[in-house]
Design a protein around this ligand. Structure first.
Ligand code: DC
Length: 231
């Protein structure tokens, strides 16, 4: 057991298993896990439900104005072994993962005011260290001083198949084709947006998990973690 509590930043493409990986790491280390994508999704859901998105078109100014009315918090759910996300006291964990939210979240997350508010919240949540945070800009913007930065990726079709399985198992009626299109278009939007685009931090280590089991990924992680702690 070591006493050195660090910040672990995990960035990467959508649907490559960042949250599953990050959650497991956090559980093993006794760290807090923060899924920052859930925060962008929660703002998107709120915007959808409050008229700031019509026919897929996001009204940036309306979303910026709404930010003051959106209170996000995480509450630990022992059944899941992870935290659920709440907006203004309502549990929205299930509602933020729909294809409707996925289709609008890139546009919402490219609004400067949205990023400013959520980045400040994330920095506050990691202040005491001992966190595993996953997202797109954690190692580059939120915690550039993180001791361990991981950049995750996987083949786009492998990612689409994983998300398709996840959604159809939940009973969502989606096609593999539409999921694949969403994965590819989000990659493009996330890496080309003006503010805080997804990019590998210079000191991040790459994990391509296209052909790796979760167990193999955890073994890989243990080595990296040991290197940082002993280094
Ligand atoms: O990780 P996810 O797929 O649930 O994230 C949803 C979207 O939120 C993703 O398309 C980009 C955005 N996002 C972001 O811009 N910055 C983050 N730190 C996390 C997510």
């Amino acid at each position: 057991m070591d006493n050195k509590r660090i910040i672990i930043a995990i960035d990467g493409h959508s649907s490559c298993g960042k949250s599953t990986f990050a959650k497991l790491i956090a559980a093993r280390l006794g760290y807090i896990f923060i899924d920052t994508g859930a925060m962008y999704r929660a703002v998107t859901l709120y915007a959808l439900e409050h008229g700031a998105i019509t026919s897929g078109i996001v009204d940036d100014e309306a979303v910026a104005v709404m930010l003051g009315d959106i209170h996000i918090d995480f509450r630990f759910n022992p059944e899941r072994g992870a935290s659920d996300i709440y907006v203004n006291g309502d549990l929205v964990e299930g509602k933020i993962r729909t294809i409707e939210v996925s289709n609008c979240v890139s546009a919402v997350s490219s609004i400067a005011a949205v990023r400013e508010k959520l980045v400040a919240m994330q920095q506050e949540m990691g202040r005491k260290r001992g966190v595993v945070m996953d997202g797109r800009d954690i190692g580059t913007v939120v915690f550039p001083e993180a001791e361990l930065k991981i950049y995750m990726t996987a083949d786009p079709m492998v990612r689409a198949e994983r998300r398709y399985k996840e959604l159809t198992e939940k009973g969502d009626r989606v096609t593999l084709e539409e999921i694949y299109e969403n994965v590819v278009s989000r990659d493009k939007a996330d890496t080309t947006r003006k503010i805080s685009p997804l990019r590998k931090a210079d000191d991040a280590i790459v994990l391509d998990n296209s052909h790796m089991t979760l167990e193999e990924q955890m073994e890989w992680f243990s080595e990296q973690y040991r290197r940082v702690i002993n280094g």
